[in-house]
Design a protein around this ligand. Structure first.
Ligand code: GDP
Length: 313
């Protein structure tokens, strides 16, 4: 019989990728719960659900997520909801005898000025980037909760810290999205409207690293196969590029040939955010989807959703 896996957050970009990969593997009995059935911010309901469904493994991919603008303007939502989701699921897993929990965090847990590339031991060595401090604090709390339950109770609760992610199922909201889906949408709209120029947020000088969500899904299941994993492990691509360089690649992917200008009224966020991925490599895993190929698949997803929306209207 396949092990029972509860995938919390199965409808999000990360959860959907995990679900696709788990289904492809065919070696998991996947349990999911839509928000209408289980509110992960409700502690009693979360415990009752896990006790009734008895998963052996829980992956926590549920979170309130968003780009720099969403993080910066909704700090109470990002901190409160993400702490609740993490603590409810981790404690409920403990109470329900779940054998293994994999908690998903983010590279924004590391200090704003951490030495690059950022290794796991940079955690809590300095102040956080203010634009995503609320999200980062909630993710640090989740990671530390897993480590604390592991140390105190001996349960195998551990975490993965992915870099900036993108791919099918992303959020293409014009304001609240991350940079890749935000740019795909704006560059596409500029192309169809024949706009002579399109703007990108900030100076274009910050550097970011991007990982395709299908790579992350494979990395997560690789970690679940390790007998004694580290408390938390970085999962990244291993190279970064500037936001201006990214904009050129997005323009090429979309086929937009106009000018790219900077909207300096928007924040830059942290200057660079590149993960040291040597620990994950030493555990036997590396990603494989290069950015140009990944951008093409993300743009294909955007077009499919856009078409669906048009057909629905
Ligand atoms: P961050 O890594 O937490 O800062 O998250 P984002 O993905 O939201 O932003 C990454 C960088 O891209 C920041 O420097 C943004 O200012 C920049 N950026 C440029 N254009 C856009 C855009 O259209 N949307 C977003 N979200 N960021 C953009």
């Amino acid at each position: 019989m396949n092990p029972r896996l509860f995938l919390a957050g199965h409808t999000g970009m990360v959860g959907s990728a995990l679900r696709r990969y788990a289904a492809e593997c065919g070696s998991w009995d996947i349990i999911t719960a839509p928000r209408s059935v289980l509110d992960l911010c409700d502690s009693a309901a979360t415990t009752a659900f896990l006790q009734a469904n008895k998963p052996e493994v829980v992956i926590i991919a549920a979170a309130r997520v968003g780009g720099i603008h969403a993080n910066n303007s909704l700090p109470a939502n990002f901190l409160f909801e993400n702490i609740q989701i993490a603590s409810n699921l981790i404690h409920a897993s403990f109470l329900s005898g779940v054998k293994r929990v994999l908690f998903l965090g983010s590279s924004c847990i590391y200090p704003k000025f951490a030495p690059q590339p950022m290794s796991e031991d940079a955690l809590l060595s300095g102040s956080l980037e203010p634009t995503n401090e609320a999200y980062a604090l909630a993710k640090i709390a989740g990671l530390k909760l897993c480590a604390a339950y592991r140390r105190q109770h001996g349960c195998l609760f551990h975490s993965a810290m992915p870099t900036n992610l993108y791919g099918p199922g992303d959020n293409y909201h014009p304001e609240y999205s991350h940079v890749i889906p935000g740019m795909l949408r704006r560059f596409h709209e500029a192309k169809v409207q024949h706009s002579p120029e399109v703007s990108i947020w900030g100076t274009g000088t910050p550097r970011r690293e991007f990982l395709h969500v299908d790579d992350l899904a494979k990395g997560c299941f690789h970690l679940l196969g390790i007998e004694n994993p580290p408390d938390w492990v970085n999962v990244g691509w291993g190279e970064d590029l500037s936001i201006s360089e990214l904009a050129s690649q997005v323009a090429e992917t979309v086929g937009y040939h106009g000018r790219i200008v900077n909207d300096l009224g928007k924040p830059d966020g942290t200057p660079c955010k590149l993960l040291d991925t040597s620990l994950m490599k030493s555990l036997g895993w590396s990603p494989s989807i290069r950015l140009p190929e990944g951008l093409r698949s993300a743009y294909g997803d955007f077009l499919a959703r856009d078409l669906e929306k048009t057909l629905r209207c």
